[in-house]
Design a binder for this molecule. Sequence first.
Ligand SMILES: [Zn+2]
Length: 467
Amino acid sequence: MLNILSPIGSSVKVSLLAILLAAPAHATLFPHAIARRTLDNGLDVLVVETPAFPQVLSVNTLVLAGSRNEVEAGKTGLAHLFEHILFRHRFEGKAGGYGTAIDAIGAHNNAWTWFDVTYYHPLSFSSNLERLIELEADRFMNLDFTKKTFENESGAVLGEYRNGASFPTLRLSEKMLGLLFKDHPYGHTTIGTREDVVDMPNEFLPAKAFYRDYYRPNNTVLIVTGDVRAEDVFAAAERRFKDWKRGKIPVLAPASGVWKAGRRECIVWDSDVAPYVWVGINMPAFRPGSRDGAVMEILGELLVTPAAPMYKTLRYDKKSVSELKFAEGSGGFKSLDPRSMTLSAKLYKDRYKTDGGEYLSEVEADLVSGLNALKKFSSTEKAAQRLERLKSRFRYDFLGGLSSSAAIASTVSQYYRFGRDLKVFEHVEESLQALRPEDIDAFASRWFTEAGRVVVTLVPPSGEKKK
Ligand SMILES: [Zn+2]
């Protein structure tokens, strides 16, 4: 399964009260201890004991490879394809063996693929610790699949592509990324280009090479959370994963940081849809704990939540858009290499019928001026107090997001992947504490430039002549 536009599980609703009541007066950002053991083969095993969620076990495998690692032309979509194939592992040599064994312990099982990583996250009962680790280890170390399975899953991915392509957002993403990144794998979406997905059944050998190169213990992090003891997890991981062979992980050329920006394109959709205006902005690589990283943590609050001035203007004062959000989920722009943030505004069909292209231009201008306004954030009224409020909202949302064993593991994975640093949450907290209003000005001035901006619009067929 692939979540095309929002990789990070954001559907978990908050049960804040319980957490806040239990928290000490000066709660740290991440109030759980993380235990780590690194096996000789380089596999990092992280454990967060969460007895507050009785009997639950969440076993998560983070592979540090995603569509960013698809560097070869004509071979996009392989990371996501492997996500599928791992579910078809012939455990004990039997067709469907892995799936049957997982069903037998009643585990809920899923995974997702994104630009930088692939994440597998079965959920079960803590009494199944040994068995679940055994099953996971077996599919990561000894993946067994036939050419037939490979072709079938290629077909499933094509179906998934067609389904995604029936909504405007996949086409918008493809155009936007293509315009932003000409010479970097961030220029294609995680599912791959249409041509490559169609051709996928012919890529059996390159696909196997992708698995061989990246599915290695020293490129993987096992994150176990739940009603378990860390020592038991370490012992099981040692038993089951110790024979996994370390590999030489291909080193990717770092992104140049030079983009094909300042371009625009209009997609004419073939049915009557609400128009969209997408504004893409080049962004720095995300480094948790850095000053830029701290600004990126609160960009959502600054731009696309009801507290943000731009949001108020477009949604409430002018009522010119029905939806304003980041196109790729709130964490989508936190990337290993410099990438992009995309503002997505959904417009009203009726007004487009009367005002046509002028309407699109007006929304685009409001989005750009909303971005530019952040360059003078420090000189707005009560800027320091506003910033403190945003920081505190970020902390509450962050804590609230830790509402299950699975959510805790997912949060650890999202931050730990950048530098394998157990103190990463402390660094994020410190960088937030230190953030001043002038830092917002500096960030916006550095990144929200005309040269770094790309605009993609999407309109229904009737709008073609008006634009
Ligand atoms: Zn999928």
